[in-house]
Ligand binder design. Structure first.
Ligand code: INI
Length: 156
């Protein structure tokens, strides 16, 4: 049987320079996501000196700041963490859509791996569940997705 070439990313974060972009809105949730991202990266070999946490007001502001971070060329990847909760805002859909669309655009424009750890939930309970309780920690998931993608992209 012919060998099938397979490219996949090793979950090795040693030497990786990462920006963790975090919104302050709902910070009691977002702080847990930041903690999850830092923990996941350092447990996979990243050194704390190679991590930079950038705090901004809300998820709506994320694309612009992610763009500046990507443009700086200082980072191998960006982990975005935030929490947009439907009950808390009448403009939930606007904030969520602009955030997700803008971040995807940054990732593609600058060819930079970007982990999307912005919670979009109907209520606070669902957000708590995804910030280190029964549904895991989406900061961890976003960091791991960014790491794996960075290691794949490096081989292409
Ligand atoms: N920003 C969030 O990150 N989460 C939210 O739940 C939220 N709510 O509920 O409104 C939110 N709004 C602020 C928005 O991101 C901007 O910071 C604001 O509109 C100023 O530009």
């Amino acid at each position: 049987m012919p060998h099938i070439k397979t490219i996949e990313g090793q979950l090795e974060a040693k030497g990786l320079k990462v920006a963790i972009l975090a919104s302050r809105f709902n910070d009691f949730i977002v702080d847990k996501l930041i903690g999850g991202a830092v923990d996941a990266l350092t447990r996979h070999g990243a050194s704390r000196e190679d991590l930079t946490i950038v705090k901004i007001p809300g998820a709506f502001e994320m694309p612009l700041v992610a763009q500046k971070l990507a443009k700086s060329g200082k980072y191998d990847g960006i982990v975005c963490v935030g929490a947009v909760i439907r009950g808390a805002t009448p403009h939930f859909d606007v904030v969520v859509n602009e955030c997700a669309k803008g971040l995807a655009q940054v990732s593609l424009s600058f060819s930079i791996p970007l982990g999307f750890g912005v919670l979009t939930t109907d209520n606070i309970e669902q957000a708590i569940e995804r910030a280190g309780s029964k549904a895991g920690n989406k900061g961890v998931d976003a960091a791991m997705a960014m790491l794996e993608t960075a290691r794949v992209v490096a081989q292409l």
